[in-house]
Structures are given as structure tokens and as C-alpha cells.
Design a protein around this ligand. Sequence first.
Ligand code: GLN
Length: 380
Amino acid sequence: VAKRLEKFKTTIFTQMSMLANKYGAINLGQGFPNFDGPEFVKEAAIQGIKDGKNQYARGPGVPDLSLAIADRFKKDTGLTVDPEEEVTVTTGCTEAIAATMLGLINPGDEVVLFAPFYDSYEATLSMAGAKIKCITLRPPDFAVPIEELRSTISKSTRAILINTPHNPTGKMFTREELNIIASLCIENDVLAFADEVYDKLSFDMDHISIASLPRMFERTVTMNSLGKTFSLTGWKVGWAIAPPHLTWGLRQAHSFLTFATCTPMQWATAAALRAPDSYYLELKRDYMAKREILVDGLRAVGFKVFPSSGTYFVIVDHTPFGLENDVEFCEYLIKEVGVVAIPTSVFYLNPGDGKTLVRFTFCKDEETIRAAVERMKGRL
Ligand code: GLN
């Protein structure tokens, strides 16, 4: 394996899902729904295939989808973007992240991440040869340590990555935090990379795109995808919205990473994004009910549960059960209890961090969540 990837192992999500299968454990680890997305979206994909939408798409995206993305973005943020010049369709948000890093970051550039962070950020930054500067968000509220951020950002900082709602903590960045991050970006001429794939799963406050703050659109790449919002994580359709000078860089990377994304799925994604408001409301309502079942259940089991305002994840402190660290706890949980969670230490740069915390997901049907809670009640 190339040196730039030497330190990375099989992703924790793959590892944990493999163990879930091996031990027949209930998988509250990897974030994928155990129910399917809406019929009308699946129908649109089938129709697309039947209608012969099967050859390479326009590289930056099927025009109808670019338009649907621009319309959705306008509804969500009030910003008008040019679908031709400012929207790029990618193979999942994961490719949008990779294309952004590879297309806009030079070797040696500093990029700020908030730990815990989603594992692909570090790997793609390593591929780009970037230097990672890490700011740790700490429980109970995972607030941004403003002074630390201020002293970390300097003239060598190229970008700061904001993931809101935040995986794995469920934190949502507040308007105050985003305003401060924005003013630091502007003062120091820093780009903002915003991973907003959980934006439609915001429960306790309104989601704010940093691109919508004054003078930020011109320095922001906003990334999103179909997977979480439409419970179709396997479709791998994502996108990046950015002004033309940033779009140029990320499109260059996209051209040579995947060239174009699966054509019929793009047509179907356009149909999905035109779903009525009621779809989004229902999604939120369903997930809030699931969150309540899981959070109440975890409390009853005896965990200390940290509040999750968005995403389909919740973080708990496992220390009441006396296991050495998060990895050992998760192993015990799989083998002796039959439930899978994700150890959070893998989401940090510092080896000592995250050892007391594990992540559970509630993107499963209610019966599955309840069954997992019952297993834990009996055996923890
Ligand atoms: N985003 C999903 C999670 O955090 C996992 C995606 C993946 O397996 N790479 O669980």
C-alpha cells in the first residue's frame, strides 16, 4: 500500500458490519437504514433504465439533476446558484469530499478538522498531502472551543471542514459558532468545506449552511447527498455546490476520479429532490420517534447519553459498565450482548481521545432498536 495510506485500516464501519454478520449481532453501528427509500424514487430509477438513460452522463451531472439540486439549495438556503457552473454531481458525498480535497488542496496546506471526525476526511487529506490541524469537540455539548480555533487558524490555513449536523456526535453547529468560523475564514482568507449530508435530519434546531452567511458563498464548498435523506445509502449519489473558481478545481478531480456518476440514479435523484415538503416533515418525525426510543432505551440500560440534535447517531459514555476502553466495550457488546456500536476513538487524531465514548445509530426500524435495547438490558 502507498505510504500516504499506510496508517489507514479497513474502515471501522466495514469492520463492525462484518462482525455484526459473523456474530448475528443487531447492527446499530454502520449508519445505513434497514428500511428502503420511497417507492416513487425507486420507480424513477427503474423508469430511467427502461428509458435508455444508461450511457455516460454529462461529467458534472445530468442537467435535470443539477437543476433540481440548485432548486433545493435555493429553498434551503435562499441562495441562487447556477446549475451549470456551480453544481457538480458526484458518486456519493464521499467522492465530493475527495474531489474537493484533491482538487483544491496543495501538499503542505493546512486544513482544520473538528474531532471526532468522519474517517474519510483524514484519508483524503492524506492523499492530497495536506497537514491536518485538529480541534477537539468535547462532551457534554461538543461546543467549538473558539479561542483554540482562533489560535489554530493562521495564514497557512487553506480550509476548515464543518460537518453539521455532525457525525458521530449529533451536534449541530449554532449560528454563533458558524458566524465566528465565517469571520475567521474571511479574515484569514480560508475556505470552508461543509459536509451537510444530515441536514434534513435536524431535530432540535434549524440547520444552517455556512455558505448562506454573508460573504461566505464565494469561499465555500457545500456537499450533500441523496443517501441519508432518502434512505438509499447504496445509491451513492452526492453533489458539491461551489462558486465557479472552486467548482473548477473539484471538477478537475471529479473528471479523473469517476468522470461521471451512474446515469439512471441521477435521473431518479432529480425526482427525489422534487418530493413535497410533507416527505421531509415525515422523515424528521419518524427519526425523532426513533431517537426517543433509542435514547430512552440507552438511559434505561444505564448509559450516560449525550444529547443528539441532528443526524441519526447518538453518543454515549460506556464507562458505567467498567470496560477498559471503547474498542473493548464494543467487542464485548458484539460478542457477549449481540449488539454493534461504533467505538469513537477512530474518529480522533490523538491516540488517547474518545476512549470513553461509543456511537449508536437509530436509522433502524423501531422493532430493531427495541430489540437491541432489550439485549443490552439483559446482559450489560
Ligand atoms: N456514514 C456512515 C456512518 O458513519 C458509514 C459510511 C461508510 O460505511 N463508509 O456510519
